[in-house]
Write a protein that binds this ligand. Sequence first.
Ligand SMILES: C[S@@+](CC[C@H](N)C(=O)[O-])C[C@H]1O[C@@H](n2cnc3c(N)ncnc32)[C@H](O)[C@@H]1O
Length: 253
Amino acid sequence: MTPGRRHVRIARMNAAIPDLRPWFVALRDHARGTARDLVEPFDWKIFWGNDRPVELEVGSGRGLFLLNSALAHPEVNWLGVEIEFKEGRYAARRLQKRSLPNARILGGDARDLIDRFVVDGSVQAVHVYFPDPWWKRRHHKRRLFTAEFVQQAARILPAEGRLHLWTDVGEYFSLACGIVAESELFDAPERPPERPPQNDLDYLTNFERKKRQAGETIRRAVWRRNRKPSPAVRRTERWPLPGRVRREAVPGE
Ligand SMILES: C[S@@+](CC[C@H](N)C(=O)[O-])C[C@H]1O[C@@H](n2cnc3c(N)ncnc32)[C@H](O)[C@@H]1O
């Protein structure tokens, strides 16, 4: 395809993508390698227009957790990050429909977001629900919940800040518990109990619903950040990217 025709095709693609700002913003403008709407590092007061506490969900999928949390807790700002733009946009449309001022999704790699944009001690909680298990041993390096991730999460949490993990994958859960214990950056975990759903949509996330309805056991942990200083952690370039970061056409280009 000639450069001219390619340009026209990209322009058409972009015109077809609805602009969901501010509910969905791509973390990087892949075309230029820089974030277009975002200034790093984040000043939450500018980002949200208020200084309410911020909680971060990593891998929001279809956004059930963000939506319900934002409705139940308007006193908190809820930020999701989702590497699959199609999913992120789906979730963002749910937030947009209700014009929720306290929930947004960023499209991109959570590790990139935390690494480049999130200031030390600036979020009250990091939520990780049903991270991709990457079953094959040779793919384990693609898993999100690694020692580096735990260190980065610890860096952006203040003392007493929470790190939540729920998964149906027992082996991944045990490894994650070991990683957090070894980091010595969190207290011993609490184990939130299972709650019987009151209706068909009464689940924390879409994956919780799917897995519980399939009869799977869900492992849950919440760790509180202790007062030990975070080690200096650098940085994303070292981490293997899962090869799923999508190049996206950005509205308006
Ligand atoms: C198994 S799904 C769970 C989705 C949702 N948390 C739920 O429980 O319904 C895992 C999600 O994490 C996203 N994800 C995986 N790696 C990610 C990363 N590095 N940054 C942001 N999102 C990621 C995937 O695209 C996927 O939507």
